[in-house]
Design a binder for this molecule. Sequence first.
Ligand code: SAH
Ligand code: SF4
Ligand code: F3S
Length: 451
Amino acid sequence: MRMKENKVYIETYGCQMNVADTELIMGILKGHGYGLAKELDEADVVLLNTCSIRDNAEQRIYGRLGNLKTLKNSNPNLVVGVLGCMAERLRKDLVEDKKIVDLVVGPDEYRRVPEFIDLAFNGEKGIGVRLSKTETYDDIIPYREDGLSAWISVMRGCDKFCTFCVVPFTRGRERSRSLKSIIDEIKLLSDRGFKEVSLLGQNVNSYLDGESDFSDLLASSAKVDSTMRIRFTTSHPQDLSDKLLHTIAEHANICNSIHLPVQSGSNRILELMNRTYTIEHYLNLIDKARRIFPEVSFSTDIISGFPTETEADHQMTLDVMKKVRYDGAYMFKYSPREGTKAFKMDDDVTEEVKSRRLQEIIQLQQKISYQINQTRVGNEEMVLVEGLSKKSDEFLSGRTDSNKVVIIPNDRNIKIGDYVKVIINRATHATLFGNVLQNTASAQNRLALTG
Ligand code: SAH
Ligand code: SF4
Ligand code: F3S
C-alpha cells in the first residue's frame, strides 16, 4: 500500500486530441488511486503530453524538460514522463538522451501509465510505445472538471499519409469508437450541464461503427440534447459527403462551421503532399455546401513553403483564400519531419521566403476575417456565454454558432452557460462586440436554439 496518495500533474501540448487524451489519462490514473495535482509544485509525478507536428512543437518540450531538470535537482524523487506523439516518435532515445525522463508512453499504451509510474518510483525506467489497431479506450470515463465544453475523440489514428505529416506514424491506424459509448458519454455530459461537445478525429469523415458513418453519429449526437451545440473537427476534403452536409443542415444544434484544411492552392503541390484532391474538387465542395446552407462558414489549415513551391504556387494559395473567404485559418511554415515522405524531398524554399509567404497569407486572412466580421455588424446572433472576458471582468465572452468570439457587457442576470440573443455593434478581425437583446436562460434554451 502507498504511504500517501501520489499526485500527478499533466501538461498538455498540441491538438485537441491531446487535450481529450489527457482527460482519458487522468481517468485512468484516478481509477488507480492517484490524485491529480492542480499545480506543478504539489506534484510527485509530472507528465508532458506532447506534440511532434512541427519542429518548434518539439523544441518547446525540450525547453520544458530543461526547466524540469532544475526542479528535479531540488526534488530527486520527482517522476518525469513524456506521453503523446513525441513519445511515440522518439521512443527510447528520449530516455537515453534526456536522463531526467523516467517514462515514455505513446498514445495507444495509456492504460499502462500507472504501471510505469509505479516502476519509476522503484527507480526503473519504463517505455510503452506499441501502436494498436484496435485501442479506442471505449470503456474509460475521462476525468473532466465541470464546464461547458467537452472534447470527445470519436476515432483515433490516421490512414491518409499526407507526405508532410507525422500523425500516421505517431497515432497509428484509423479506428473508431463505438457509437453507443459516444452517445452515452454525451448523455452524461448533458446531465452535468455541459452545453457543447466537439467530436474529434484527424479525419472524422472516416468514422465507421458497423453500418453507422459519421453523419449517423452526428445526427444521434444532436438528438441527445437540443440545447447542446455539436461541433466536429477535422474533415478531410476527399471524404466530406453530401449526406454529411445535409445532416448538418437538418439539425439546428449541429454548428454550421466546417474546418476543411486546404493546405495549398496548387494542384501540383497538393499532389506532392498526397492530399488526394484537386483544388477544383475542393472549391466544388465549398459551393455545394453553400448551396445547401448559405450560412455555413469555413476555416482551414495552410502550409507555406512546401518543397518546390514556386511564387506561382504561392499565388494560387492566395487565390483560393480569396475565392473561399475563410472565417479563420491556421497557417504554418513547412517543417520537415523525419520519417515522412516529404523529408526525402529537398527542403528548397529558403527560411526567408517561407516566412515572407506566410506573412502574406496571414495578412490576407486577417483582412478577409475583418471584412467578414464587418458584415456581421447589425446582425442578431445567438451567443453561448462561456465566461468573463480575458481583458476585463466588466465584460463576458461567448461564441456564436459559427465559432466567433463575442464580447458583451457583464450583467448580473446573465450566467455562464446561458444562451443570449445579441446584436453585434462592432467587430475586429478576431472578435465581435455586442449588446444583449434577450437572455433566453435555461428553461427557454430549447426554444431559443431550435426556434
Ligand atoms: N488531420 C488534420 C490535421 C492535423 S495536423 C488534417 O488532415 O487536416 C494540423 C495541421 O498542421 C495540418 O493541417 C497542417 O496544415 C499542419 N502540419 C502538419 N504537418 C506539418 C508540417 N510538417 N509542417 C508544417 N505544418 C504541418
Ligand atoms: Fe496528417 Fe494528413 Fe492525416 Fe491530417 S489527414 S493527420 S494532415 S496525414
Ligand atoms: Fe501534435 Fe500529435 Fe496532435 S503530432 S497535432 S499532438 S496528433
